[in-house]
Design a protein around this ligand. Structure first.
Ligand SMILES: Nc1ncnc2c1ncn2[C@@H]1O[C@H](COP(=O)(O)OP(=O)(O)OP(=O)(O)O)[C@@H](O)[C@H]1O
Length: 741
C-alpha cells in the first residue's frame, strides 16, 4: 500500500497537489431550509426594540429547530439547486435538515394512500437494499481481483500448458502426474526457460527465467501506471486519505465514479501482480466506496443528499476492509476508527450488514480454494505463556519505530515528488521502482512470492507432508505418538529459509489500532492471542505517538492540503472569532445582498466580480441586520432558470427574499422571488466568541460557514477553510498549505 501511495500520487490536484482530477456531472436537489430564528428580523409587526431583543437572543448560536417552518419546497423544481460545486465543502446541518424534512414529507403522505404507504416502506427499506447490493458487488470484485492477481503473479514464473487460465497451484491440482510431496512440480506447469530453451536446468535457464520475471513485472507496472494516467488519474494512490476527506464533507466529483472503479480494479490486479510492495487493502476500500457511490444513484434518497450518501460510503468502506482482510467486524471498526467522520448507530448496523454480505460473497467465490476469505488464514491454538508477552511488547516497540520511520520517509519522498521534477515522470518512476523490486526479489524465493503467499507460508502450521522448507524438520516417525508431532530438530531447509527470511521487508505501516487487533483475531480465528496482540498494538501506538501523532493517512491529508478538520485534536489557543473572520480590518467590506432592493443585474454583477461560495442577505446595507444566507450556485441556477422560463424577468427586475413582494411603482418589470433558496437559519457567533468554541461548533455540527455579528449587526464570515487555515497558522504551519480555495 505504501509504495502504491508513493509510486502513483504524482499529478496535479488543483493548485499543484497530487493527482490531476476530472469533473463529472452534478446531482440535482430541489429543497432548502428556511424558516427559523432569523425570520423575525424582517417582520414588520415586531416593534423595533422588541426586534432588537429578539435578535440578541437568537443571534448567538441560532440554528436549526428554532423556527416554526423548517422547509420550503420549491414550487418548481430547478435541477441543480441545493447541490455543491466541485472542491467545495458541504454543510452537514443543511443536508441533515433536508433529509429530516424529506422523511417527514414521506411519512405524512403515507397516510393518504396505499401507494404512498408502499413508497414510504420502500424508502425505509432502500438503505438495507443498498447495503446488500454494495456487499454483493464489492465481494464479487474482490473475488475477481484475488483470482486474477494470483494468476498473474504466477504468470511471471511460467504458464500452465494444460490451460493457460490456471495458476501454478490449480494447474498441478488437475495434473495426473504428480505426487503429493511434489505437488507444485507437474509437467503441465512450464517455466519460461522450459518453453523458450526447453530446459529448466543450468545457469542459462536461470537467466531466462530471471529475465522473463522482470519483463512481466515491468509490463504489468507499465500497464497499470499508463491506464491510471490516461483514463482515471483519480485511481492513483491508496485512496484512503481522499476518502477520509470526502467523508468529512468535501466534494471531489468523479473520485468515486465508474471510470475510477473500472481502472482501479484493473490496475490493482496489475500493480499487485507486478510484485511492488503494496497491499490491496486501501485500494479495495476505494473500490468498495466507488461501488457505494455508483449504487447510490439508483436511490433518490441517497443520490440527492450528500450527508446520506456519506453514511453509505462509511458502510462501503467497512465492506472494502472486510474483503481485504477477510475480517467483517474489523472492517466495521476500521471504518469507524480510521475513515468515517460521521458514524451514527444506524450506520454501524448497516456497515455490519454490508461487511457481512461482502465477506459472504467472497467466501462463496472461494478465490483461494481454501474455503477462507484470505490466503493467509491462521489456525494456531497453542496457548501462550506469560513470558511471551515480552517478545510481543518488543514487537510492538519495533512496529511503532518502524511505522514512524516509514511514515516520515514516505512523506519526505512524496514531498520531494511534489516539489521537484520527479513528479513529472510518474511512468519512469514506477518502472524504475518495479525493476529494482523485481531484480532484488527474484533470487530469493520468499521475496519472489506474493506477500499473501509469504504470510501464509510463515504462519501455517507444519504437517508431516508439508513441502515448505520452513517445515523441513528431521523426521523420526517411530517417536510420534498419535496424531501429535513431537519436538524435532530443524533440518537444513529450515536453516536456509531462516537466512533468506532475514532479507525480507515485513513490518507495520499504519498506526496499530483497535480495529487492527480485531482484524488479527478474526484472522487467527480465536480469542486465544487477544491479550498479547493488544499489548503489542498498544505499545506500538504509544511508541509511534511519541515520535509523531499523525498516522499515514492524516500525514497524506496534510501533505496534499485537503480541507479535513481533524476531530481528534484539541484546539487550545486563546484567539477569538474576530481574529479569524473575513473581511480583515483593511479588506473591502463583506459582500452582502439586500433582502428586497437589488436588481437582477446588481446580483449578477456581484456574482461575476466575486468568487465567494455564498452571500449573507441583510435587511439593508445601512442596518446590516441579518436575514439569511444564500449559496452562489443556487443563486446562479435560479436566476438563469427565471430568465429562461419566467415571463418578463429582465436585468432591472427586483430580486426579493421576503415572503411578500416589496411595493413597486407602476410599469416596472416583474419581480423575482428567491425566498426558496434562502437559508433562514445560518449559524452565527459574536465577534468575541472564543475560537475553541467556534472550532468545536464546526467539528461537531459539520458547518460550512458561520456568520459573525457584533451587537446584532452582521460583521463577517468564517468558513471551514478559514478555520483550517487558522489552525495551521497556530501550529506554525503555512496557512496556504490548506489548498482548494
Ligand atoms: N460574502 C463574502 N464577503 C467577503 N468575504 C467572504 C464572503 N464569503 C466568503 N468570504 C471569505 O472569502 C474566502 C473564500 O470564501 P468561499 O466562500 O469561497 O469559501 P471557501 O473558504 O473557499 O470554502 P468552499 O470552497 O468550501 O466554499 C473565505 O476566507 C471567506 O471567509
Amino acid at each position: 500500500m505504501a509504495l502504491w501511495h508513493g509510486a502513483m500520487n504524482n499529478r496535479g490536484f488543483r493548485q499543484g497537489s497530487f493527482c490531476s482530477f476530472q469533473s463529472s456531472t452534478s446531482d440535482e436537489d430541489l429543497m432548502d431550509i428556511p424558516g427559523t430564528a432569523m425570520d423575525f428580523s424582517m417582520r414588520d409587526d415586531v416593534p423595533p426594540l422588541d426586534r432588537e431583543l429578539e435578535e440578541d437572543r437568537s443571534y448567538n448560536g441560532a440554528g436549526i429547530g428554532s423556527g416554526n417552518r423548517m422547509m420550503d419546497f420549491l414550487e418548481e423544481p430547478i435541477p441543480g439547486v441545493g447541490t455543491y460545486d466541485d472542491f467545495n465543502t458541504i454543510d452537514w446541518v443543511r443536508e441533515k435538515s433536508r433529509d429530516r424534512d424529506r422523511h417527514r414529507e414521506i411519512t405524512n403522505k403515507s397516510k393518504e394512500s396505499t401507494w404512498a404507504l408502499i413508497h414510504s416502506v420502500s424508502d425505509a427499506f432502500s438503505g438495507w437494499l443498498l447495503m446488500l447490493l454494495i456487499g454483493l458487488l464489492s465481494g464479487s470484485l474482490a473475488g475477481v481481483i484475488d483470482i486474477s492477481a494470483h494468476w498473474m503473479t504466477d504468470l511471471k514464473e511460467g504458464i500452465c500448458t494444460g490451460g493457460f487460465w490456471f495458476n501454478h497451484e490449480h494447474c498441478c491440482w488437475n495434473s495426473d502426474h504428480v505426487t503429493f510431496e511434489d505437488r507444485d512440480k507437474c509437467p503441465e506447469w512450464n517455466s519460461w526457460s522450459q518453453l523458450i530453451i526447453s530446459t529448466n536446468e543450468g545457469a542459462f535457464a536461470y537467466i531466462v527465467n530471471y529475465f522473463m520475471y522482470v519483463l512481466w513485472a515491468l509490463l504489468f507496472a507499465f500497464l497499470a501506471v499508463s491506464l491510471v494516467k490516461v483514463f482515471a488519474p483519480y485511481a492513483c494512490g491508496s485512496g484512503i486519505p481522499e476518502i477520509k476527506t470526502i467523508l468529512s464533507g468535501f466534494i471531489i466529483r468523479g473520485y468515486l465514479g465508474k471510470w475510477t472503479l473500472i481502472i482501479k480494479t484493473i490496475t490493482l490486479v496489475l500493480a499487485v501482480s507486478s510484485g511492488l510492495s503494496l497491499g490491496k487493502e486501501g485500494p479495495l476500500v476505494h473500490v468498495a466506496c466507488c461501488c457505494g457511490n455508483i449504487l447510490c444513484h439508483c436511490f433518490n434518497k441517497y443520490r440527492k443528499n450528500e450527508a446520506k450518501r456519506r453514511e453509505v460510503l462509511s458502510a462501503a468502506a467497512a465492506a472494502g476492509v472486510s474483503v481485504a482482510f477477510g475480517a467483517p467486524i474489523g472492517g466495521v471498526l476500521f471504518s469507524l476508527e480510521e475513515v468515517s467522520y460521521y458514524f451514527p448507530l444506524k450506520t454501524l448496523w448497516r456497515s455490519f450488514f454490508a461487511a457481512l454480505v461482502a465477506a459472504f460473497t467472497l467466501r462463496s467465490i472461494n478465490p483461494f480454494g481454501n474455503s477462507r476469505l484470505v490466503l493467509f488464514y491462521v489456525e494456531f491454538h497453542t496457548p501462550w505463556h506469560l513470558f511471551e508477552l515480552v517478545p510481543f511488547i518488543l514487537l510492538g516497540i519495533f512496529g511503532g519505530l518502524w511505522g514512524a520511520l516509514f511514515i516520515r520517509t514516505n512523506i519526505a519522498w512524496c514531498r520531494k515528488r511534489k516539489t521537484t521534477q520527479l513528479g513529472k515522470y510518474p511512468v519512469v518512476e514506477v518502472l524504475i521502482m518495479t525493476a529494482i523490486t523485481a531484480i532484488l526479489a527474484f533470487p530469493n524465493e520468499y521475496t519472489r512470492m506474493s506477500t499473501s503467499e509469504l504470510i501464509s507460508e510463515l504462519f501455517n502450521d507444519c504437517g508431516l507432508l508439508d513441502s515448505s522448507k520452513l517445515c523441513d524438520y528431521e523426521n523420526h516417525f517411530n517417536t510420534s505418538k498419535g496424531s501429535e508431532l513431537p519436538d524435532r530438530p530443524a533440518g537444513l531447509g529450515v536453516y536456509s529459509a531462516m537466512w533468506q527470511l532475514v532479507f525480507v521487508v515485513i513490518g507495520g505501516v499504519t498506526r496499530m489500532t483497535v480495529s487492527l487487533v480485531v482484524i488479527m483475531f478474526e484472522l487467527t480465528g480465536g480469542l486465544e492471542y487477544i491479550v498479547p496482540l493488544m499489548a503489542a498494538a498498544m505499545t506500538s501506538k504509544w511508541v509511534a505517538d511519541a515520535l509523531g501523532r499523525e498516522g499515514i493517512y492524516d500525514a497524506h491529508i496534510r501533505l496534499n492540503g485537503y480541507p479535513f478538520l481533524e476531530a481528534k485534536e484539541e484546539f487550545a489557543h486563546k484567539t477569538l472569532a474576530m481574529d479569524v473572520m473575513k473581511p480583515r480590518r483593511n479588506d473591502p467590506l463583506l459582500t452582502v445582498l439586500t433582502q428586497d432592493s437589488m436588481t437582477v443585474e446588481d446580483v449578477e454583477t456581484i456574482i461575476s466580480e466575486t468568487t465567494y461560495s455564498g452571500f449573507p442577505v441583510v435587511v439593508s446595507r445601512e442596518s446590516q441586520r441579518l436575514v439569511g444566507f444564500v449559496l452562489r450556485r443556487d443563486l446562479i441556477i435560479s436566476i438563469e432558470n427565471a430568465r429562461k422560463r419566467q415571463d418578463g424577468i429582465v436585468s432591472t427586475s427586483i430580486i426579493y427574499f421576503t415572503e411578500h413582494s416589496p411595493p413597486m411603482p407602476p410599469y416596472t418589470p416583474p419581480t423575482l422571488k428567491l425566498r426558496n433558496i434562502l437559508d433562514l437559519s445560518p449559524f452565527t457567533v459574536t465577534d468575541l466568541t472564543p475560537m475553541e468554541i467556534v472550532v468545536d461548533i464546526f467539528r461537531k455540527l459539520g458547518l460550512r460557514q458561520c456568520l459573525v455579528t457584533h451587537n446584532g449587526r452582521l460583521l463577517g464570515i468564517i468558513t471551514k477553510k478559514d478555520v483550517l487555515k487558522h489552525i495551521a497558522q497556530m501550529a506554525n504551519q503555512d496557512p496556504d498549505s490548506i489548498l482548494f480555495n
